[in-house]
Design a protein around this ligand. Structure first.
Ligand SMILES: Cc1ncc(C[n+]2csc(CCOP(=O)(O)OP(=O)(O)O)c2C)c(N)n1
Ligand code: SF4
Ligand SMILES: [Mg+2]
Length: 277
């Protein structure tokens, strides 16, 4: 340390004599190990983190059951300090339905990607929502089949480049994307439907409140609850890690604006997207 006008300042003219060390562990209570093997800049660990923070804060650890689909996020299925079931592709809403009906005391949520939920298991989530199953489905939407290499999914935005739409998705060849949260918000069995994102701090905070609300509404037992979370996939999008948050805004974020799409719970203040701000 050097003295400068009575202030102690770090001498940066030579390497530090003491190695850096971890001064705090920010791993959430219900995630067992902070390290994961998902890509740098991936949005899925952020989404998993906020879901598990909500369960810890609401003291629901001993009632929580996570039902995982298949995608990069599945890596977290052996890293959570709550009960976990692994479902086949797209079938998580049906597995969660069975568990919840067998034990209504459970707080049951699915973790699925757009490929898993909107391509391979679309009927599962739609029927669960229409029946008003008292589960929460969490969709991590990055607009690609990330784990298998960044191919187009049903949510890929028009113009978005993927591994098998190198010139960008076009409606003539590939049809239109499915806005799944908007579709589910039309179903009468749905009690709470929201769309968030994790590409900046404000969106992370808003999305966490959406998850909180979804779990609260599940506990009220009045219907199906759904939170879509837009997540970055720099690897599958073929963009630089630091460009991914802005790329999200320019692609899936344009077609899927964040907000609360439906909230019929008794104490909801409004059903508009301004409810959670
Ligand atoms: C029935 C079946 N079809 C295909 C696969 C291969 N597969 C594994 S993960 C995956 C992509 C999943 O995409 P998504 O749910 O969007 O998750 P992401 O990896 O993008 O997070 C696919 C196609 C599989 N495991 N099982
Ligand atoms: S491929 Fe995409 S979704 Fe998968 S870990 Fe990497 S950044 Fe995340
Ligand atoms: Mg995906």
């Amino acid at each position: 340390m050097l003295e400068f006008e009575n202030r102690r300042i770090v001498d940066t003219s030579r390497p530090p004599e003491v190695p850096v060390k971890l001064v705090d562990d920010f791993t959430p209570e219900l995630i067992d190990v902070g390290a994961h093997h998902l890509c740098p800049g991936c949005g899925e660990p952020i989404a998993m983190r906020l879901v598990m923070e909500v369960l810890a804060e609401q003291e629901l650890k001993n009632r929580a059951l996570a039902v995982f689909g298949i995608g990069c996020y599945t890596a977290f299925s052996n890293n959570l300090d709550c009960e976990v079931v692994q479902a086949l592709h797209g079938r998580a809403p049906s597995v969660a339905t069975g568990a919840k009906r067998a034990d209504p005391n459970l707080v049951t949520f699915t973790v699925q990607g757009d490929g898993d939920m909107v391509n391979e298991g679309l009927q599962e989530v739609l029927h669960a929502a229409a029946r008003g199953e008292q589960i929460t489905c969490v969709l991590l939407n990055n607009g690609v089949f990330g784990e298998t290499g960044g191919h187009m999914t049903a949510t890929t935005t028009i113009g978005q480049r993927t591994k098998n739409t190198l010139e960008g998705r076009n409606t003539d060849d590939h049809g239109h994307p499915i806005r799944i949260a908007s579709l589910i918000a039309e179903l009468e069995g749905a009690a709470f439907v929201a769309r968030g994102a994790v590409n900046n701090a404000g969106n992370v905070a808003r999305t966490k409140r959406m998850v909180e609300r979804a779990i609260e509404v599940q506990l009220l037992g009045i219907g199906f609850t759904f939170v879509e979370i837009l997540t970055m996939c720099p690897t599958g999008w073929f963009v630089e890690t630091e460009e991914a948050p802005a790329y999200l805004d320019d692609t899936i974020g344009v077609a899927n604006s964040p907000g609360v799409l439906r909230d019929i719970a008794p104490d909801s203040q409004s059903s508009s997207s301004t409810t959670i701000s």
